[in-house]
Design a protein around this ligand. Structure first.
Ligand code: PLP
Length: 473
């Protein structure tokens, strides 16, 4: 299987001389200039459709779109044309006094996905998932400032969650390895409750509904411990991405959470930076939970990787209070709603809409699920196979009966990912801390344009890579 993707040289996409000139030197200089202090990243000379190309001509199927970003694949001519056209028309204006039709059309399109059922009525367009979450923390606080509830200063989030790398977003995150060096300088007005992570934490004999109820009651206890009148918002990813690998909540969980937020006047902020924009088979993952959040953040797939663009979407309830308040929402950034980012994001989202790609994602996801279950159900170290839409993960464990993760340092998922890359398919390895042990998984998030043949290749290569890792441990 691998031979169809490995070392395959695409005749029409031979690397140009310029690309070849960018090749890393044969003897690697350990002092690399871009980001990594220790590792040699792969140089990608060009990317087209669902493939990345390396200097040696190797063609790699992009089965994770970076980190679930490239939802329509690479090099789309329509997106490129729309981006260039915007640069020619208006390359930049400041949002303090100006707007552009690209920004307005993108906001309209995003809000139209939700207006009837979910009543999201305002979009703030920024550059990254972290920025969208920073904006959301401030908007939530300002909502209570405007209401005169100044004592509300506390956030509640979940363990095994990731909301970004900036200070505020990291404060509400629980990705321990990323957070640890900064713990002493992060704000402490946050509590963490258990994640909704049935594979590791649902008790034997406990039904899904009972597990859900246990989690909801834990949140209630924490809110009451802090004092419900002090809590600003509860923050959660509807389907958790990087920290535990495509984990959905048990039935009834989000409905119970919504009810509790309403009971105590707390805002519900759902972080769909990774799982939103169609990734789980509906435009917003929360649609599958039958609830209406107060604040939603999206990113990654919004610009499909062509540009950095993300958004915070606010419900009517929040917007009404901010609009009627004493001051505007003073969250301005120089590159907010950047015209070029908005034009590219709009082009990506228009393609998604025109070509019915959310529906394609849901359909392809069912096919992917069948292939994954057929290939991995009885594998020694595959503890769980889970996901929705085109957002799937395999959780690797050392012992399937106790669900005990591999010891720190084994990095089973990373081994699988490295071998799969050599075999011509790119995946995203992830780690999360399970009962104090760093567990691992591999994340599968191909573009919505993935074909059945590509899904077959992806799973076959993943299986080969898994078998190599299985022999190695
Ligand atoms: N929220 C979630 C759920 C994410 O997965 C991520 C990134 O992986 C972020 C926020 C942060 O987004 P960014 O890396 O674009 O700042």
């Amino acid at each position: 299987m691998a031979s169809s993707t490995t070392n395959e040289t695409a005749s029409s996409t031979e690397p140009s001389h310029e690309d070849m000139a960018l090749q890393p030197p044969a003897v690697q200089d350990p002092a690399l200039l871009h980001r990594s202090l220790t590792q040699q990243p792969h140089l990608v000379t060009h990317a087209q459709g669902n493939y990345l190309y390396l200097p040696n001509g190797q063609k790699v199927l992009d089965a994770c779109g970076g980190a679930a970003v490239a939802i329509i694949g690479h090099g789309n001519a329509e997106v490129i044309a729309a981006t260039v056209e915007q640069m020619q028309k208006v390359s930049y204006v400041h949002t303090m006094s100006y707007t552009t039709s690209s920004a307005e059309k993108l906001a309209t399109l995003l809000l139209s996905k939700s207006s009837d059922m979910h009543k999201l009525t305002k979009a703030y367009l920024v550059g990254s998932g972290s920025e969208a979450n920073e904006a959301a923390l401030k908007a939530a606080r300002q909502y209570f400032v405007e209401k005169g509830e100044l004592q509300r200063c506390h956030f509640v989030a979940r363990r095994q969650s990731y909301h970004g790398n900036t200070m505020g977003a990291m404060t509400i995150s629980s990705n321990l390895p990323r957070k640890e060096p900064y713990n002493d300088i992060l704000p402490t007005n946050v509590s963490f409750v258990s994640p909704a992570y049935a594979y590791q934490y649902q008790r034997r004999g406990e039904t899904e509904e009972e597990y859900s109820e246990r989690l909801i009651q834990e949140l209630r206890r924490e809110i009451l411990r802090i004092g419900h009148e002090k809590v600003i918002s509860f923050i959660a990813e509807p389907v958790v991405g990087a920290t535990s690998g495509c984990t959905s909540a048990p039935k009834g969980y989000f409905r119970g959470i919504r009810e509790m937020c309403d009971e105590f006047g707390i805002l519900l902020h759902l972080d769909e930076v990774m799982c939103g924009v169609g990734r789980t088979g509906t435009y917003f993952a929360f649609e599958q939970e039958g609830i209406v959040p107060d604040i939603v953040t999206i990113g990654k797939g919004l610009g499909g990787g062509y540009v950095p663009v993300s958004a915070m979407l606010l419900s009517e309830k929040v917007v009404d209070v901010l609009r009627g308040g004493t001051s505007a929402f003073n969250h301005g950034q120089t590159f907010q709603a950047h015209p070029v980012a908005c034009a590219a994001g709009l082009a990506v989202q228009n393609i998604i809409k025109r070509d019915g790609l959310v529906e394609s994602c849901a359909k392809a996801g069912k096919h992917l699920e069948t292939l994954l279950r057929d290939a991995f159900t009885n594998c020694k170290y595959v503890g769980d196979i889970r996901g929705r839409g085109l957002f799937w993960a395999l959780e690797f464990v050392e012992d399937r009966s106790s669900k005990r993760p591999f010891k720190k340092g084994i990095a089973f998922g990373e081994m699988v990912q490295k071998t799969a890359f050599e075999l011509g398919v790119a995946f995203y390895p992830g780690t999360g801390t399970v009962n104090g042990i760093e567990g691992d998984h591999i994340l599968i998030a191909p573009p919505f344009t993935v074909s059945n043949n590509e899904l077959f290749t992806l799973v076959s290569v993943l299986k080969q890579a898994y078998e190599v890792a299985e022999k190695a441990v």
